[in-house]
Write a protein that binds this ligand. Structure first.
Ligand SMILES: Cc1cc2nc3c(=O)[nH]c(=O)nc-3n(C[C@H](O)[C@H](O)[C@H](O)COP(=O)(O)OP(=O)(O)OC[C@H]3O[C@@H](n4cnc5c(N)ncnc54)[C@H](O)[C@@H]3O)c2cc1C
Length: 398
């Protein structure tokens, strides 16, 4: 007979490794699965760095959540004895009335976050690397910076394992089913290529593969191919170094938004934020195309003209989008012993340890003190009481 676990975590990337860490340190018997061995380059969590910021332009209600994440990142860093953060500051650039600049200012006002509002001449003085046209403004928040993602994922996984989580890598979940289809709280049977496992509860954090694993919910998630670039500055490299330039985001128009990081010895890293091509997560072009590079170089000419030297490295990565770009973090609408998270839309990483904490709460207590109202699944999927029950089927997902 197979061993029975309290919780199975499906997907051990940014969110799953955080969830396994929180559950295991609370004494839960945890089994975790990943189709690869995180950190890996096939999902959404690779490429050295992710930005973190506090004055959240997407909605001020994210601020308490990201503040908890800041604390948990510090705690993890102290526990593993490795720095996770570079506090470079976070600079938002755009014309004054653009949605990002206005959103940052609104969050800063509501949550009393100190920011510097910089006009074009001050931008030119502080950041000569930036091609500042007269209408450009910048908002600098001091607490932001960049997180070393590979160290962070390894840290979360190591802590989960240290607290007893049984982590299975290179073992994709092929199918899961409730033991008793008629019982909404029935334990879950999980089938992988290697075996059959049972758990009282399940957490689904499979990133770009979430929609497939939760097939019957018909979640409106789309996956896009994104590209990250590392360029060598062709002039004035000192203007691109950490200390000279913060982590930055730049909105030049509704579909013209990029972000990037100062050079910490590996090149000036940047990427476009807007959705690119919609793809299948297991089969898409992971090679750089001429068009990818030409678009990015053209963007750089209009923004950081000194940077477009040799292309040192480029990698593709996946965004999983919800229609409103806010996360999905909730209890499964039909099965209260399953919780799910799709916190990407290109901005989820910074929250990972706080999301892991919220998922552990939902899985153990079905409630959490985190405010997850913006992330509810019923904005896309009708609650059980309003659904006609579907006959049980045997696909992966319910
Ligand atoms: C280019 C790029 C730039 C970004 N920049 C930022 C940024 O600056 N700041 C920020 O906060 N966020 C940023 N993000 C978003 C952030 O990286 C994501 O929100 C986050 O990494 C998503 O984590 P995840 O755990 O949902 O997905 P992943 O980390 O991809 O984890 C999902 C895991 O599930 C596994 N899996 C899938 N199917 C199965 C299965 N059947 N069985 C077992 N395992 C399975 C996968 O192998 C994978 O390891 C960026 C994303 C990209 C792509």
């Amino acid at each position: 007979m197979s061993e029975r676990y309290d919780v199975a975590v499906v997907g051990l990337g940014a969110m799953g490794s955080a969830t396994a860490w929180h559950l295991a340190r609370r004494g839960q018997r945890v089994i975790g699965f990943d189709r690869f061995h995180p950190p890996h380059m096939f999902g959404s969590t690779h490429g050295d760095s992710r930005g973190i910021r506090e004055a959240y332009y997407e909605d001020p209600s994210y601020v308490p959540f990201v503040r908890r994440a800041f604390d948990l990142w510090d705690e993890l860093s102290e526990t593993i004895g490795k720095p996770l953060f570079r506090r470079t500051g976070a600079l938002t650039l755009g014309v004054g009335d653009c949605s990002m600049v206005q959103g940052v200012l609104a969050s800063a006002r509501e949550h009393d976050i100190a920011v510097d509002l910089l006009d074009a001449s001050e931008l030119k003085r502080r950041y000569p690397a930036v091609l500042a046209t007269d209408d450009l403004v910048g908002v600098l928040e001091h607490r932001g910076g960049m997180i070393d993602i590979e160290t962070a994922i390894n840290g979360q996984l190591d802590q989960a394992a240290k607290h007893g989580a049984d982590l299975h890598f290179d073992e994709p979940v092929e199918r899961w089913l409730p033991q008793d289809m008629g019982d909404v709280e029935s334990p879950i049977v999980i089938n992988t290529a290697n075996g059959r496992y049972e758990a009282d509860r399940m957490v689904v954090t499979a990133g770009a593969w979430n929609a497939g694993l939760l097939g019957k919910l018909n979640l409106p998630l789309t996956v896009t191919r994104q590209v990250m670039f590392w360029f060598e500055p062709k002039r004035n490299p000192e203007q691109f170094a950490a200390g000279a330039l913060p982590f930055w985001m730049w909105e030049r128009g509704p579909q013209d938004f990029a972000y990037g990081f100062p050079d910490v010895g590996k090149g000036f890293k940047l990427g476009h934020h807007q959705p690119l091509d919609e793809v299948e997560p297991s089969g898409y072009n992971r090679e750089l195309t001429e068009g990818d590079e030409a678009n990015m170089r053209e963007w750089l000419e209009r923004t950081f003209p000194d940077v477009g030297g040799e292309l040192l490295r480029a990698e593709t990565c996946l965004y999983t989008h919800t229609p409103d770009a806010h996360f999905l973090i909730d209890i499964h609408p039909k099965r209260p012993n399953i919780v799910l998270a799709s916190p990407c839309s290109g901005h989820g990483f910074k929250f990972a340890p706080a999301i892991g904490e919220a998922l552990a709460d939902l899985s153990m207590y079905r409630k959490t003190e985190h405010d997850l109202r913006l992330f509810r699944v019923d904005r896309f999927v009708k609650p059980l009481s309003e659904q006609s029950e579907q006959p049980a089927q045997t696909a992966a997902g319910d």
